[in-house]
Design a protein around this ligand. Sequence first.
Ligand code: BG6
Length: 474
Amino acid sequence: MTTTELTGQPFPEGFLWGGATAANQFEGAWDADGKGASIQDVMPRGISTGPTDEPTLDNLKLEGIDFYHRYSDDIALFAEMGFKVFRFSIAWSRIFPNGDELEPNEAGLAFYDRVLDECEKHGIEPLVTISHYETPLHLAKTYDGWTSRELIGCYERYARVLFERYGKRVKYWLTFNEINSVLHAPLMSGGIWTPKEKLSKTQLYQAIHNELVASASATKIAREVAPDAKIGCMILAMPTYPLTPDPADVWAARYAEHENYAFGDVHVRGAYPGYYLRKLRDQGIELEITDADREVLKNTVDFVSFSYYMSVCETADPAKRIVGEGNIMGGAKNPTLPVSQWGWALDPVGLRIVLNDYWERWQVPLFIVENGLGAKDELVEIDGVKTVDDSYRISYLRDHLEQVREAIADGVNLLGYTWWGPIDLISASTAQLSKRYGVIYVDRNDDGSGTLERYRKKSFFDYQQIIRSNGASL
Ligand code: BG6
């Protein structure tokens, strides 16, 4: 029996509370100390328009929020909140500027040594994403990203270097951020330079296969060189509800869920599920899958992590399919749910549904590595102190954590929860700073102006209290 079962405490002892970030969205210093360009450096408008040929100064990500130079103060703020875990990604192009070199860039490696030093100083557990939407630009342009098998070797070399260098200091690793999003955002997620409308299904599904092989291969390498490491996959979770009780809609919803489940199924079970192979057959997609690939896929993960922001509906009736706005993938709008300022459906119960669903399906520990609210904030001065009165963010946080508590009581094995963007950073989909997620405000605006000063929002203190009480104050 676990402690939670015995004591009835909602959050287990050692629950990992914290926050999550990605290098390209907050480090800045895009060409410092030998770093090469990544695909994000040529995406000044996020995923809405095509990339530029070279990095351009109107791209907010080039400077980010300057975490590269302010990491020590920022991690101190995370520690002040009581973070037990800090999720960050390593910028592949800091370590291998082009991606296909044989030797890594020492200055890039040294930066993450310094970040880890700060985490250790404050007793914060690092959670490292190996690849978070930041494929080196050279790999995108030269090989067409993950459509090419060449990337498997490049990624294996990169992952090996990371495990060798940091394997004794980092326990939790994620191989690819939201690996299923490649279906919807092939450039951002898969470094695929061919425009989405020109990409064939065979190229797209081959890219997915190549990533899945690379992910399993990284797990295999970790077992050899960093045996204490725990490797997780990372899925963009979006529970999909039938728009009506019509069985055709129920199946349409299941079919859409299969697109996401497939990635977890391969990572946890080590082989492609039948429904996925059938989809490939039905669509006449023939992939290059070798016997060696099938062997590699058997290197399964230790845990499943996921992001959760919203749910969607699905319907078999195209006339009723009014596609709502949302996080990368589409779907039909849920008429029962309110939406955020960016049109994302607000659905705390969906998080309980995902947790139960994934736990029942895979029976491996889960980790919520992203959840948060992008909203416009107003910096105000109260008693001489600058802050943001973000009661909307506090409500979002509490509403979702209450559902997490319910899911734990349902028996779900959950390792931790990291709030997305604990410090304001640049949005992945829109490249705006005004879409703020932070509990820490950063003085930088969409036009690039601002001092980059940091201020604690009201939500900072609320999250601090929740962490201090291990969730009891909810
Ligand atoms: C996730 C990504 O999809 O959502 C993050 O992993 C991203 O990189 C987050 O920032 C929030 O999305 P957005 O588009 O509002 O930044």
